[in-house]
Design a protein around this ligand. Structure first.
Ligand code: NAD
Length: 293
């Protein structure tokens, strides 16, 4: 690892200070990753309640490591102390790398990215954790689009090795090299993908989840479908996965794919019903296709 770090530090600047904007399921996970790799982290959201949830995610992931004897309480305390929550961009002027992980809505992301860019040093790397939106479209509102790229982690961040690195039209190769190096050093497996709706993984995954929702509408049993797909070899069934991802996130990504692929990806009405009418968001809200309380 040290040799790898030294090799990379010749060609790219590695971040010592990180920032995460949006302290939800993903933002909390990314803050955990950064702090566990020794970075000081600014964790920004629009409400304290969310920052609190972000910290809970950090603690949850550290406790999982502690149970397996991989980390001591003292190291956990030090890592948590490296994270500072805030409702504004204070401290962003010392940040080397910032990752945006707010809701999957282009206007919100563009506004947040503009604000973050204005608060960051000119040399810093700015990234989005978007699941499906266009990196190029986000970059269109930025002053330094060449230093901006997608860095798409998967849920849960502590267990999923893959990271999609997305090059926008104006992203330069130095930025991509930096993103790839950072992923390697953080123990992840980066893959550079095209800036197209859903990139690679969600383009395949969402039609699968959507089709499961159609099966439900046709009368299939949730638990049976999940069991069959687990027996088939998937680590979890589609309904368990949708609850884990978040029905809101899944629905929004499915709509983005529908807008691009039309008939090939008509969103199943049951997803819209769960998200918009019943407000059942999956594990994070205690109920989705399954109950968690
Ligand atoms: P989430 O709903 O858990 O968290 C979103 C957070 O953003 C909330 O805490 C909210 O308060 C905050 N927020 C909203 N507007 C904000 C603003 N203007 N400034 C700062 N914070 C703001 O969502 P999530 O599941 O963590 O998803 C976040 C992003 O990551 C989305 O783009 C999503 O598509 C992507 N993503 C999600 C998953 C997944 O499985 N959930 C996986 C990969 C990528």
């Amino acid at each position: 690892k040290r040799q790898q770090r030294e090799a990379y530090s010749d060609v790219v600047t590695l971040p010592k200070t990180g920032a995460v904007i949006g302290a939800g399921v993903m933002g909390g996970g990314i803050a955990w990753l950064m702090s566990s790799k020794g970075l000081s982290v600014r964790l920004k959201d629009i409400q304290w309640q969310s920052i609190e949830l972000g910290y809970q995610k950090v603690v949850e992931y550290f406790n999982q490591l502690k149970k397996r004897g991989k980390v001591k309480q003292g190291e956990i305390d030090a890592a948590i102390n490296r994270i500072g929550g805030s409702l504004d961009y204070s401290g962003f002027n010392r940040v080397d790398m910032a990752i945006e992980a707010v809701v999957e809505v282009i206007d919100v992301k563009q506004k947040v990215l503009q604000e973050a860019e204005a608060a960051l040093p000119e040399t810093s790397l700015l990234c989005t954790n978007t699941s499906a939106l266009s990196v190029t479209e986000m970059a269109s509102v930025l002053k330094r689009p060449e230093q901006f790229c997608g860095i798409h982690f998967f849920n849960p961040v502590n267990r999923m090795p893959l990271v999609e690195v997305i090059k926008g039209q104006q992203t330069n190769s130095q930025t991509i090299a930096q993103a790839i190096s950072v992923c390697h050093l953080w123990g992840k497996v980066p893959v550079v993908v095209k800036d197209s709706p859903g990139f690679l993984v969600n383009r395949i995954l969402l039609p699968y989840l959507n089709e499961a929702a159609y099966l439900l509408e046709e009368g299939a049993d949730i638990e049976k479908v999940d069991q069959v797909m687990t027996d088939f070899g998937m680590p979890m069934g589609p309904f368990q996965l949708a609850d884990q991802v978040g029905i809101d996130v899944g629905y929004k990504v499915a709509k983005i794919l529908e807008a691009s692929f039309g008939e090939r990806m008509q969103v199943a009405p049951v997803l819209e019903h769960l998200y918009a009418k019943l407000k059942l968001l999956g594990k994070k809200s205690g109920r989705g296709f399954y109950r968690y309380q």
